[in-house]
Design a protein around this ligand. Structure first.
Ligand SMILES: Nc1ncnc2c1ncn2[C@@H]1O[C@H](COP(=O)(O)OP(=O)(O)OP(=O)(O)O)[C@@H](O)[C@H]1O
Length: 981
């Protein structure tokens, strides 16, 4: 009997299970007994008590098994027999043996883990990091749980058991997650049909390693480095992503579409550009992609993803081969490097490279030097540019992020598509604030305060400002110095916030002269920042910090963060919390240093003429790749210098006069101020001079060049009405075109601030930007100088229109509006009706491609029946149907002004057409009627033909793509030549 055998051999079993004082034999037996269901979980917990000596654990086991009876004892003997090496079995008797009955597969993940425990202990030993990573990233484990598992006192097997115990403790979700992970890490079964069958175990191992390294790098948001950590999962908020097709139509994208086919312009190119302004969230979006790939939640067809940072590539001065680049900068295969690399070369379509911050790369893109050998060592720029062109590793998709200004025509030729990141939507801002403040009451307060300050709300559309505003909400929203208006105001508050945080004094008592008190730190950081910007250097070594006199205490203020993944060198490196903060410090240095040298300001305000300064060459010489020094036309850092110039302008605003008063001698400051004003004025004049003479018969119009908006923003930062007025007094145009200029709410605030001083009304064309409702509200101060406002494709909804029309009604000059492709519904047509009733000089209303139905059309009709000025009415691509067309036709019965009416693609049938025919028969002004893409058939057209017999004003009626056969079209057009099919 097994029971007897155990009793008799108790001492021997004690000896073998405690011998060598290793717990491994006991643990192995326990694994088996749990799997065979001899022991339940409570037994296990009672037996394996860590605080008790090993022998008492073994005794407890023997007692429990004895108590469970004969079957349990025979399985115990079988377990001992299985785990002991042959030499230790000598002299022991295991009885007849007992077949372990194959159990039905357990139906829960937790039980599966128990049933498979003995195998899992072996299998997971080499994968603990990966498993923990998955459990951590999915939120099943905390960092504390991971630390508990990985205590150095445990052997790998013990660590696995701790992990399994903890998973059991956490419950079914954790168990499922672990099982899924194990399934994925299972080597693929060979399948000759399948390409993946060629994957060797080593490639899979490398994938696993890369995934866990990428996951580890992307788990936290780096800007929060010095100031509290946020996991990306907790804070990530979707931004607005758009792509434009060849015909200029934009489509909104989801994160998963960035790498997908939507918006592809050049099938033969492999590089996808993700462009967006400073702080719009490009790096964060890329980080999200990386994390989701690492978790296999996105990009599931991508076998290997290699993430690169151009900032870090700047610091790589060695010549490298492609292999070196991949393995050194991302992660190194533990085994079979050549095989893994060959796999990458052979399967380019299963690989993805990402390059963050191309605008930060020191050398501007060029396709002059061709290189296609993956093993030859070349300088990093050659490697990078050839990858982007596809000369090297053709077929590998590359996602590159950059500020838009830094992408020149030479790179554009190699782009597969360009995705635009436009920052947060209004809903995104609310979502971000709620994620940032775990206290809902606080989140509500911040949101309410933002709603009541639209300038600040406008700023929050750019994620980096949203982060700052949310972070410094106390200073920003409860500030005694007035509500911040400019980005300089906001960054000064950030500065104050950081100094306050480190101040030994209680909250709120940072004296009036706080800047002067910290001037030393500010100037040192400022000098480092400026020299860095001028040399495209965003990462600083300890040596550079020392040379600038920066102490530990300066660093501890939190503006600089430790940049811990600079894998190419061993020594410590730092970077500014965000590049815009580096720009701000650079601006502080330009304004506050006592040096009277005029060149810094002129370099900032004429960045296109800029060359590397003597100063930056001397101080940051090692940051500058010698081969780059030659490059005179390097424009990559222009955007940062422009941001710096904006801050410089803002620091000279009257608002901050007292703060800066004692920080720099008055005479020096005055001189710099005058230089800035002069530079801005000169910049504007240069623009005006570039306006071409109007062609005869055409309006005098100016198409703004990119730096026009920047100059306007600088003027806005200065908050000086007379400077704004001076800037545009000489601007004499009838039409100002600012299409595709990345204009969001922030730019609208600045534009309105300056343009309101124009002497004569203009047509302001702002199509294809990201103005939104908040931007519309920001434009109101300049509405009185707009005779026409073009806002096509700008994400505007009814609420924005309500505010716009409320003001527009009172503006005498305001006569035309174009709102094609926005988000308008029937909720705003009442407002248009009021406008039409009130303004008897209004000329043109274009509302195409919105969501207006018959109800909206009826409301518009009501307004139209009182109007005798409107000449153009466009409703292309709405849904007004027969009912809407009938209402409009009736309302226009006595109209004497309308010359153009478009109801294309509106679901209009014969009933609506016959109503319109009545209008045609009566109208003496209507010249064009557009009815293409509706559901009009012969009866409707015949009504029109009858009406046209007595109409002499109409020149064309467009009827393409209606319900007519080609024969009918031919016959009907013979009857009336003004019909176009
Ligand atoms: N989608 C997002 N969700 C939450 N926070 C975000 C998001 N995007 C950006 N942020 C916040 O804004 C900061 C700046 O964003 P990020 O560095 O990604 O911008 P960027 O476009 O790469 O800027 P730059 O061009 O200046 O390098 C982030 O550190 C983060 O705090």
């Amino acid at each position: 009997m097994s029971i007897q055998l155990i009793l008799k051999q108790r001492a021997e079993f004690l000896a073998v299970l405690c011998g060598g004082s290793s717990a491994e034999p006991l643990d192995c037996v326990l694994d088996l007994l749990l799997a065979w269901e001899v022991l339940v979980w409570e037994d296990y917990l009672n037996i394996r008590v860590a605080e008790k000596p090993l022998c008492s654990n073994v005794r407890q086991l023997l007692d429990v098994v004895y108590d469970k009876g004969e079957d349990a004892c025979s399985l115990f003997l079988a377990a001992i027999n299985q785990i002991l090496p042959e030499e230790q079995k000598a002299g022991l008797c295991f009885g007849k043996g007992c077949a372990v009955v194959g159990k039905i597969r357990p139906d829960t993940a937790t039980l599966t883990l128990l049933a498979d425990r003995p195998v899992l202990v072996t299998k997971l030993r080499d994968n603990i990091d990966g498993a923990l990573n998955v459990l951590l990233t999915t939120g099943c484990f905390t960092i504390k749980d991971c630390d508990g598992v990985q205590l150095p006192v445990y052997t790998p097997s013990q660590q696995v058991r701790r992990l399994l115990d903890q998973v059991k403790f956490k419950g079914e979700t954790a168990a499922k997650t672990l099982l899924q992970y194990l399934e994925q890490t299972e080597p693929t079964r060979p399948n000759p049909e399948d390409e993946e069958s060629h994957l060797s175990a080593d490639c899979l191992l490398y994938q696993k390693k890369l995934r866990s390294s990428v996951a580890a790098q992307s788990l936290f948001l780096s800007t929060y480095g010095g100031t509290g950590r946020f996991s990306l999962d907790d804070i990530y908020t979707d931004g607005l992503l758009e792509v434009m097709d060849g015909s200029g139509e934009t489509t909104t994208l989801g994160l998963e579409d960035v790498v997908g086919p939507i918006g592809t312009l050049n099938e033969d190119a492999d590089t996808i550009l993700l462009s967006g302004e400073a702080g719009s969230g490009k790096s964060t979006l890329l980080q999200r992609l990386h994390l989701l790939w690492a978790r296999e939640a996105l990009l599931t067809n991508t076998f290997l993803l290699f993430p690169f940072s151009c900032r870090k590539l700047n610091a790589e001065h060695r010549e490298l081969s492609l292999k070196g680049l991949l393995f050194l900068h991302c992660c190194w295969p533990d085994r079979s490097q050549d095989e893994v690399f060959q796999y990458i070369l052979d399967h380019p379509h299963m690989v993805l490279f990402t390059f963050d911050g191309l605008d930060e790369f020191k050398q501007g893109f060029t396709d002059e030097e061709r290189h296609c050998c993956p093993t030859k060592q070349v300088p990093i720029p050659v490697l990078l540019f050839n990858l982007l062109q596809g000369t090297l590793m053709k077929g590998v998709l590359k996602v590159v992020t950059s500020r838009p200004q830094a992408v020149g025509p030479s790179l554009k030729r190699y782009l597969r598509k360009e995705v635009h990141l436009k920052g947060f939507s209004p809903g995104g801002i609310n979502c971000f604030v709620k994620k940032h403040h775990s206290d809902p009451a606080m989140a509500r307060r911040v949101i309410e305060s933002l709603q009541s300050n639209t300038v600040l709300l406008g700023l929050c559309h750019i994620p980096v400002f949203c982060w700052i505003v949310t972070k410094c909400h106390q200073e920003l929203l409860g500030g005694q110095d007035g509500i911040p208006q400019t980005i300089t105001d906001v960054y000064l508050l950030v500065l104050q916030h950081f100094f306050q945080r480190k101040s030994s004094q209680p909250q709120g008592v940072l004296g009036k002269a706080w800047l002067e008190e910290h001037l030393d730190t500010v100037l040192k950081l400022g000098q480092l920042a400026l020299e860095g910007l001028e040399a495209s250097c965003y990462v600083f070594s300890g040596y550079e910090m020392q040379r600038n006199g920066l102490t530990e205490q300066d660093v501890s203020m939190g503006f600089l963060i430790y940049c811990n993944d600079l894998s190419v060198t061993d020594c410590k490196h730092y970077e500014f919390l965000h590049i815009t903060l580096q720009c701000f410090f650079a601006a502080l240095y330009v304004v506050l240093n006592r040096n009277n040298n005029r060149s810094a300001i002129s370099r900032l305000f004429q960045p296109q003429d800029r060359q590397l300064s003597g100063l930056s060459q001397r101080c940051l010489g090692h940051c500058i790749d010698p081969s780059v020094e030659e490059v005179k036309t390097h424009v990559a850092e222009t955007p940062n210098l422009q941001i710096t110039a904006q801050f410089v302008s803002g620091l000279f605003s009257q608002q901050h006069h007292n703060l800066l008063l004692d920080c720099c001698p008055t005479a020096v400051r005055e001189r710099k101020f005058k230089q800035v004003v002069k530079s801005l004025s000169k910049g504007m004049q240069r623009h005006f001079k570039s306006i071409p003479r109007p062609v005869e018969g055409e309006k005098k119009s100016m198409h703004a060049m990119p730096s026009f908006v920047w100059l306007i923003k600088c003027i806005y930062e200065m908050q000086d009405n007379s400077i704004a007025q001076d800037a545009v007094t000489k601007l004499d145009v009838e039409h100002l075109k600012l299409t595709y200029c990345n204009i969001g709410p922030v730019e609208c605030t600045a534009l309105a601030y300056v343009l309101k001083y124009l002497r004569n009304p203009v047509g302001l064309q702002l199509d294809n930007n990201t103005i939104g409702d908040v931007g519309v509200e920001q434009l109101l101060p300049c509405l009185h100088i707009c005779h026409s406002l073009y806002l096509r494709n700008n994400n505007i909804s009814d609420e924005g229109i309500r505010k716009l029309l409320e003001k527009g009604m009172k503006c005498e000059s305001f006569q035309k509006i174009a709102l094609f492709n926005n988000k308008l519904t029937d909720a705003c047509t009442q407002n248009f009706a009021c406008l039409l009733k009130a303004k008897q000089n209004f000329l043109s209303l274009k509302l195409g491609n919105n969501n207006i139905t018959c109800i909206g059309a009826e409301q518009l009709a009501e307004g139209l029946s009182y109007n005798q000025s409107l000449q153009y009415l466009g409703l292309w691509g709405n849904k007004i149907g027969d009912r809407g067309a009938e209402a409009l036709a009736t309302a226009l019965k006595n109209n004497t002004s309308l010359i153009w009416l478009s109801l294309v693609d509106n679901g209009v049938g014969n009933a609506g057409t016959c109503a319109l025919a009545k209008l045609v028969s009566q109208s003496k002004t209507l010249g064009e009627l557009w009815l293409s893409k509706n559901c009009i058939s012969r009866d409707g057209v015949e009504c029109l033909i009858e009406a046209l017999k007595i109409n002499y004003s109409i020149k064309e009626v467009w009827l393409r793509r209606n319900n007519l056969s080609p024969e009918e079209e031919e016959e009907l057009s013979k009857q009336e030549s003004r019909l176009t099919f």
